[in-house]
Design a binder for this molecule. Structure first.
Ligand SMILES: Cc1cc2nc3c(=O)[nH]c(=O)nc-3n(C[C@H](O)[C@H](O)[C@H](O)COP(=O)(O)OP(=O)(O)OC[C@H]3O[C@@H](n4cnc5c(N)ncnc54)[C@H](O)[C@@H]3O)c2cc1C
Length: 530
């Protein structure tokens, strides 16, 4: 099939690219991965900020494609810290001998479809070229870090860090005056730790976030044994849930129960910790009145924990809970009781400028020795639009997505034959446990390529009508929940000038997988194979 060229070029060596390579080999396809970093692990290679860890529990945030792998790996904590997840990624790379087909320290800058040869031709920032019959963009949903263009940024004399691109050697803030800009998930994880080191920490907050205590702890060996004795059962249960996580959704409405029962449920979920607070009642993400009860419960907790009522009010979000991604923390609210921590509200009077000495707003300069930009990512589309991707007739992906991303199933785009995205916009991706979503995509893509090969087809491309219908379906579903009621990165609101379109598929993992399976079973319905 390759005729001298590769069957498959994969961009990115995070969990998606690594598994895609393994799967390609199993299918007998020649493949090479191109990775910008110097090692595997993607998210867990780049995000080395203090406190970085997963917020889906470790026993579930892991590959399931190989039972021996999941049996032999031993997670130490309920939520694995970044170094451990990175070790796991490296273990997988070793175990399946992946590195020999990965080129590190190479960033793809262009990818163009050569129609005459039916080949994807890619070029890196150092001018290296590679070509393959198929191309899989495993470039990550949260890999294109966002550095807002603050006036004066370059004149700052202190140290600057972005949580998504943290120095490998780590950073010691002991004795320093530190500013953290942003209060999303990365900030929420890192602020308690930075506060413990710094002489003074100033947190610049535009929008407060809801966060639930992690209650992280070493994993009980008995609990691990119990899961491993029926790992397949747990994985199967997880796949039947909307976020692809094995958890208990309370089927009741928050409004049908008494105030006492509601309070009991919220207290129990708060005490258990983690994202499953969002499953306290079935209608939290659907009914504003139900949502208000959960939101008010969390606001009450903030008021209880944070001593200064003015600070508590600033920290308490007023929008629907779960609209932005729910965060999970260790000691976040209580950090604002520390004498060395100050909260600065930049919602009404935004940061005017980064000066040589610090951060200036409302006519006041906050002097700091270091600034941590916890300003998130150009989510879901950023890593793709950074590459100059050209399809049929030179069609540019950036132009195609000018008014928001358009895909069929979040897997492929009309006008871009033989190009696939793993967890692309229009797939459940960031609304789910990403590992099972990645595995499902990789397996589907592998099967599709094998189908084309086995049926003598050179080109696989979504039909425009199928894509159109999928984009409309994704949009309709998003409109039916409370998720669109705030400014979130799910809809590009954190990036200046980005079109406001709700990007992930909100219909849940099971419904999505069913659709993908039906498409495949129908001989790839909605795709043109030629
Ligand atoms: C701090 C943080 C915590 C998270 N916690 C969770 C969690 O608890 N649960 C969960 O389900 N998900 C979580 N996520 C989401 C996480 O991104 C996914 O779970 C998963 O790691 C994504 O894997 P990936 O391979 O798709 O992408 P990534 O891990 O982002 O890997 C993409 C890779 O592609 C490379 N790349 C991108 N563009 C190019 C290019 N042009 N050329 C060459 N290489 C390129 C990047 O360098 C990167 O290594 C978290 C994300 C972050 C940032």
């Amino acid at each position: 099939m390759s005729g001298g060229n590769l069957d498959l070029v994969i961009v990115g060596a995070g969990f998606a690219g690594m598994y895609m390579l393994h799967r390609a080999r199993k299918l007998g396809l020649s493949a090479r991965v191109i990775e910008a970093g110097s090692g595997v692990g993607g998210t867990w290679y780049w995000n080395r900020y203090p406190g970085a860890r997963c917020d889906v529990e470790s026993m579930q945030y892991s590959y399931q494609f190989d039972d021996a792998l999941q049996q032999e790996w031993d997670w130490s904590e309920r939520y694995a810290p970044q170094p451990e997840i990175l070790r796991y990624a490296n273990h997988v790379a070793d175990r399946f001998d992946l590195r020999r087909d990965i080129t590190f320290n190479a960033r793809e800058t262009t990818a163009a479809f050569d129609e005459a040869a039916n080949l994807w031709r890619l070029e890196t920032d150092s001018g290296e070229r590679i070509a393959g019959r198929f191309c899989v963009m495993a470039t990550g949903c949260l890999s294109s870090w966002n550095m807002p263009r603050f006036k004066g940024l370059e004149q700052f004399q202190g140290k600057r860090y972005h949580t998504g691109q943290w120095p490998h050697e780590g950073v010691d803030f002991t004795g320093l005056r530190v500013g953290v800009i942003g209060t999303g998930s990365s900030a929420i994880q890192s602020i308690p730790i930075i506060a413990g080191q710094a002489a003074q920490l100033t947190v610049f907050q535009r929008t407060p976030n809801y966060t639930i205590p992690a209650h992280n702890a070493p994993l009980d060996p008995e609990y691990k044994r119990a899961i491993k004795s029926d790992y397949a059962g747990m994985r199967a249960r997880a796949k039947q849930t909307i976020p692809g996580i094995d958890f208990k959704l309370n089927p009741k409405s928050a409004l049908e129960v008494s105030a006492e029962e509601r309070q009991r449920e919220y207290e129990a979920r708060w005490a258990a910790g983690g994202l499953m607070f969002g499953a306290s009642f079935a209608d939290i993400s659907l009914s504003k009145a139900a949502n208000d009860t959960a939101a008010e419960f969390v606001r009450g907790k903030i008021r209880e924990i944070v001593h200064d009522p003015k600070v508590a009010e600033l920290l308490a979000p007023d929008y629907t809970i779960g609209c932005k991604r729910l965060c999970v923390d260790t000691g976040y609210w209580a950090t604002f009781n520390r004498p060395n921590v100050a909260l600065v509200d930049v919602s009404k009077q935004p940061i005017e400028e980064i000066t040589a000495k610090g951060v200036k707003l409302a006519g006041r300069e906050y002097e700091v020795d270091a600034i941590v930009f916890a300003t998130g990512f150009d989510a879901m589309t950023g890593a793709l639009t950074k590459i100059d991707i050209r399809g049929v007739g030179g069609l540019s992906l950036r132009d195609k997505w000018d008014h928001g991303p358009r895909t069929y199933l979040g897997l492929a785009m009309a006008g871009f034959p033989n190009l696939f995205t793993v967890t692309g916009p229009g797939s459940p991706s960031v609304l789910t446990n990403m590992l099972p979503s990645i595995e499902q995509h990789v397996e589907w893509i592998g099967d599709c390529i094998a189908f084309a090969r086995d049926n003598g087809k050179q080109r696989v491309e979504p039909q425009a009508q199928a894509e159109e219908a999928w984009v409309a379906h994704v949009g309709e579903l998003a409109g039916a929940t409370l998720r669109h009621t705030c400014n979130s990165w799910y809809q590009g609101a954190n990036i200046d000038g980005k079109p406001r379109v709700f990007m992930p598929y909100i219909g849940g993992f099971p419904a999505y997988v069913k659709t993908c399976n039906q498409v495949a079973a129908g001989g790839y319905t909605g795709f043109a194979l030629s």
